[in-house]
Every structure is written in C-alpha cells, then in structure tokens.
Design a protein around this ligand. Structure first.
Ligand code: PMP
Length: 394
C-alpha cells in the first residue's frame, strides 16, 4: 500500500511524534510526556460545567447555527486583553487544541518548498503538522534569551522566508523565555522582511516566578502575528479546546479552512468551558497549578544539580513543563537512550534528534517534570545521571 500514499504521509510519520507519549511500563520513569499532571484537572468543576451546559436550552448538541461560541470567545478576548494583548472576540477562533491552529496556519501559508523558520530545537508536534506541507525548514538555534537573531537575520537576508514559528514563553522543549529585547527585534525583522510570525503560547500562563513579558501579538503593529492558545495545559487536554487570534485578512481565510477541515469546534465543549469560566475562577486554578508545578520544577533542578555529571548543563525554566539537558559535542542522546531504557537505568527522555527538522543534533534532550511525582524526579534523575556518566566515559 505504501506506494499509494501521498508524499506528505511519509514525511509526517517520520516526525517521531510517538516519542512524546509516556511509557506503559510501570518500572520505567518517563520524562518524555509533555502531558499536564492529571491530579490537577478540575474534574468536579468540569463535571458541573458540563451538566449546566447540557441542561441549558437548547442543549448544545446540534450543529451551530449562529454565533454560539461568542460568549466563550469574549471571555478569551478579555483574558488576553487583561494579559496585555488587546484582543477583539471577532478575531478569536475556537480550534481543536493549538495543534489544529498549527495545521491550519501551515495549510494557509505554506506551499511546497516555502521557507519556514523554526527554533532549534522546537515542538515535535509542530514539525509533524508542518511536514505535511513540505516546507523548506531553516532552524535557528536557541540561546538563553530566545532564538539566535543574528542567525535569523542572515537567513532572512539570504533566503525567502514565509513564516517564523516561535514559542516565546517557556519554549517546548527548552523552557526558555524570549527576552524583551529579542521580542522587539523579532517584530522589527518580520516587518522589514515581510514575514508572518506564528506565536504558539500554550504555556504562557504557567509562570512560576517573575513577571510576564508582552506577547509578540501585543508588540505587533502590522497584523503579522498569528497567536495560538490552548486550554490543554491550564484546564485539560481532553477538552481539545484551543484558540487562534489573527488580523482580519488572515482570520477570514483561516475560518474558511477551519470549516473545510472539521466544520466547527465541539459546541458542547465550548459551552462546558464557557460555564466553567462563568462559575469558577480560572485565576485561582492557575495559582494552584503554578504552585504545584513550581515544586516539581524545584525538585527537578535540585536533582539535576545533585546527580547529573559535571559535563551536563541544563536550562532553568521559570514556567512550563520542560528543561533541556545538554551534553558535550559528540554525545549522542539517541544512542544513550538505548542504554537508559535497560532495566538497570529504566529512564526515558526525548533525544534532540526528534526535535530539529534536520539531522545532526544529538547532544541534547528534553526532560519534562509535569507528570512525574517528586520521588520519581529524584530517583529518575539519579538513574539518568548514572546512565549519562557511564556514556560520557566512553
Ligand atoms: N504547541 C505546543 C508548544 C505544545 O507543547 C503543544 C502540546 N504539547 C501544542 C501546541 C498542542 O496542544 P493542544 O493541541 O493540546 O492545545
């Protein structure tokens, strides 16, 4: 059958998206999943919200005939506006998670061979979504304060680039936040070279210390930033509810593509989350999440300091779910993973290989602290440290 498949299929299936799913082996300590902590889902509140949505009249079980999502879109517009990004509900689209936003935007803008800049490393699922449109990737390295803008500038001077994909807040997979200076410069570069920016911001409200910087969308004066958000990390991914905001021209085209793809986002889920936001405090819930993940982040940092070999370095995330471990040049995390999976170590991370569009990046790995318990963090990082020490002596 393989030869019958379109070329985009083989590209997407090579993306390694499966690597982000947690292991089913109970002995394994897996730091791979970017899943939220299930014990923090507001289950009772969502059950009540579902109940009030489904008993409202008419029950939201029919296809949408009017502007049924408006109440929720208004609430999202208010949340974004209060966060410093003035947003009109007319330009907020409900999507099936931010993942659908990635697909729709690439579908709108990327022809085969078009230049697409991504951060290196970047979100594995974004590469999987983009691969289907067969872009020419340009990967721009990450620094402690965000992507390397001198490298970006060189690419923009030399190549034709349609879009820049970035995760400025608590980047997946490095946990890095783009500095204010770089946010300003990135917008200036995009203006100068007439490039669209896709800002993916699912972790923005999971900040464990310090103050938020303005979003790229807030700094945009030319309607060239499309921003994605999601309830996956702040309520529950099973809702499959995210949103996209864009300026008028882009927005109406994206709406057409959205309708062609799935007609509409689930109305019952839209009304459930709308009821949740009416009856409960999202702020209070976010504070609870921040507190809990902060404790895990701290435990992860302590364990890394204690157990990782001296030649390993790692990022200190001020929010989100991930830290990025780097070993010296020449180290290969993909090879090390084979050893780390063995019973004497039994620990999993995501090797860099999957998180860059091209080959050749081997000495980094994403380590996630969101789903593991505090004791798993300690024993898992101890095992990782032992596994890396064995590997680095060779
Ligand atoms: N973007 C980033 C950066 C992510 O980490 C994720 C989920 N891991 C998504 C988008 C997709 O999330 P969802 O579709 O659940 O909103």
């Amino acid at each position: 059958m393989e030869e019958e498949f379109a070329s985009r299929v083989s590209l997407t299936s090579k993306s390694g998206l499966n690597a982000i799913y947690p292991s089913q082996d109970p002995e394994m300590i897996s730091f791979t999943g970017g899943f939220p902590d299930a014990s923090l889902f507001p289950k009772e509140e969502l059950a009540q919200s579902f109940q009030s949505a489904i008993t409202s009249k008419p029950a939201p079980l029919q296809y949408q005939v009017g502007d049924e999502s408006l109440a929720l879109r208004k609430k999202i517009a208010t949340l974004l506006t209060n966060d410093g990004t003035p947003t009109d509900s007319a330009f907020v689209m409900m999507t099936q998670g931010a993942q659908q936003g990635l697909d729709l935007v690439a579908k709108l803008l990327i022809n085969k061979g078009d230049g697409l800049v991504v951060e290196g490393p970047t979100y594995i699922g974004a590469l999987a979504a983009f691969d289907a449109y067969e872009p020419t990737y340009y990967s721009v390295g990450m620094q402690d304060d965000g992507m390397n803008l001198s490298d970006l500038k060189k690419i923009l001077i030399q190549k034709s680039v349609k879009m820049i994909y970035t995760i400025p807040d608590f980047q997946n997979p490095t946990g890095i936040v783009m500095s204010m200076e770089k946010r300003r410069q990135l917008i200036a570069l995009a203006n100068k070279y007439d490039v669209i920016i896709l800002e993916d911001a699912p972790y923005r409200w999971l900040r464990y210390e310090g103050r938020s910087l303005p979003s790229l969308k807030a700094l945009d004066t030319q309607s060239r930033v499309i921003q994605l958000g999601s309830f996956s990390k702040i309520l529950a991914p099973g809702l499959r509810l995210g949103w996209l905001t864009a300026g008028n021209d882009l927005y109406s085209r994206l709406q057409e593509l959205k309708a062609a793809s799935d007609l509409e986002t689930s109305n019952i889920m839209i009304q459930t989350v709308n009821a949740y936001l009416t009856d409960y405090s999202l702020d209070a819930h976010l504070r609870k999440l921040q507190q809990s993940y902060r404790v895990k982040r701290d435990a992860m940092m302590q364990a890394m300091q204690k157990y990782l070999p001296a030649q390993a370095s790692y990022s200190f995330p001020k929010g989100g779910f991930f830290t990025w471990v780097t070993m010296p040049d020449g180290f290969d995390f993909e090879k090390a993973q084979t050893r780390l999976l063995l019973p004497n170590f039994h620990v999993m991370v995501i090797p860099a290989t999957h998180l860059f569009p091209g080959d050749g990046h081997k000495n980094g790995a994403r380590v996630s602290f969101s789903t593991v318990s505090l004791s798993q963090i300690d024993s898992g990082i101890k095992r990782l440290g032992e596994g890396l020490s064995v590997g680095s002596q060779k």
